[in-house]
Ligand binder design. Structure first.
Ligand SMILES: NC(=O)c1ccc[n+]([C@@H]2O[C@H](COP(=O)([O-])OP(=O)(O)OC[C@H]3O[C@@H](n4cnc5c(N)ncnc54)[C@H](O)[C@@H]3O)[C@@H](O)[C@H]2O)c1
Length: 338
């Protein structure tokens, strides 16, 4: 069975990540695209060879012809679009963060549960090959019992890109808390196999931006483990994908596992067993973007496969909703407690 896909939003992530992957997926029959901005829509159709009959400014014009929708628009639009697509009976992939507020997250979770439709959020780090390998090593007891987790995400200074206005608008989901820290919350919870029940944090602005470009939180998981996460927009884009500027450090009672979030490497420091650098199987060492590319490919393929098999993952949706609750609460009160 082949499926039809609709894309809402033909901006950066649609053009650089999802469309190049989806047009090559053998399980997809047709792709429909929409964007309220005519120029973005026309560019996309030209670049990906999409016919005029599959291109619309209003996504509602293709909802009756698709099985699932990719929502690739700024965060402040996510809630209304997800709800509309679910009400229309369509599975949804929505880019991170799921939505803007705790109330919106509850709303989406409820409708997804009621309809049984899949709602997947674009937390692609879970699909990074080195992070998957690191999780396996952790489960095998490589560093003993986990004591704490620390995440450090030096992200691209999104606000320096041209035409990226939503990143600079707090009402549209701008700022590094929403843009980068959400990834760290997701990946640390995934590593710990536990939910964050308590968080305290601060955001900061190191220049004259209208949104935060430094975000810090201290966290406690349901299983008692504590940690610290920090995300920064930094004007260092030439180094961000290669080195250890984005890492998770998981400290155990018999060592430390430190997978680099983008480069693909894992460094381990094991009590009486030495330090090693580990790479996932088949890694292309000459390509610094290999792990990132694989994460997006595996993420989108997994979503398409789950539609085909009818296999839902409501737990993952609950985790995405929890991330929004934490971000919303940190923004409003500097604290989150469940
Ligand atoms: N997972 C990742 O690694 C990653 C990376 C970058 C961006 N993102 C996420 O992807 C989303 C989009 O980011 P981007 O950088 O592509 O933004 P962008 O501004 O480049 O593109 C967004 C597009 O959506 C369109 N749009 C807005 N409202 C619309 C509507 N109601 N209907 C149709 N089109 C509409 C805009 O015209 C624009 O073309 C954000 O949620 C962002 O956080 C995720």
């Amino acid at each position: 069975m082949k499926i039809n896909i609709g894309i809402i939003g033909c901006g950066n992530i649609a053009q650089s990540v999802h469309l190049p992957i989806l047009i090559k997926n053998p399980d997809i029959k047709s792709i429909f695209v929409s964007d309220t901005d005519m120029r973005a829509l026309e560019n996309t159709c030209k670049r990906f060879g999409i016919k005029a009959c599959r291109s619309f400014q209003d996504y509602r014009k293709f909802l009756d012809q698709v099985d699932a929708v990719f929502i690739l628009t700024p965060p402040h639009t996510h809630h209304a679009l997800v709800i509309d697509c679910l009400k229309y009976g369509r599975h949804v992939f929505v880019e991170k963060p799921l939505c803007m507020t705790a109330e919106e997250a509850v709303d989406i979770k409820k409708l997804a549960e009621d309809t049984g439709l899949i709602v997947e959020t674009g937390y692609n780090l879970r699909f990074m090959p080195q992070l998957r390998l690191a999780k396996k090593l952790l489960k095998r007891g490589h560093i003993g019992r986990v004591i704490t987790v620390n995440g450090y995400y030096l992200a691209e200074a999104a606000y320096m890109r041209e035409n990226k206005t939503f990143y600079l608008d707090p009402d549209k989901g701008g700022g590094v808390l929403m843009d980068g820290l959400c990834h760290l919350i997701d990946i640390s919870s995934w590593f710990m196999d536990s939910t964050i029940v308590e968080a305290y944090g601060f955001t900061g602005i190191y220049d004259d931006l209208p949104v935060d470009n430094i975000a810090n939180i201290s966290i406690r998981f349901e299983n008692g483990i504590t940690g610290h996460l920090q995300a920064i927009w930094a004007p260092l884009s030439e180094y961000l994908h290669t080195g250890d500027l984005k890492t998770i450090k998981i400290v155990g009672d018999q060592g430390v596992l430190a997978p680099e979030i983008y480069s693909g490497r894992i460094k381990e420091y094991r009590t009486r067993k030495g330090t090693h650098t580990i790479y996932p199987k088949n890694m292309d060492l000459r390509n610094p973007m290999w792990a990132l590319g694989r994460s997006y490919l595996d993420q989108d393929t997994d979503f398409i496969n789950r539609i085909k098999k009818g296999s839902n993952n409501l737990n993952k949706l609950k985790e995405s909703a929890r991330i929004v609750e934490i971000l919303d609460s940190i923004k409003k009160y500097g604290a989150f407690k469940k």
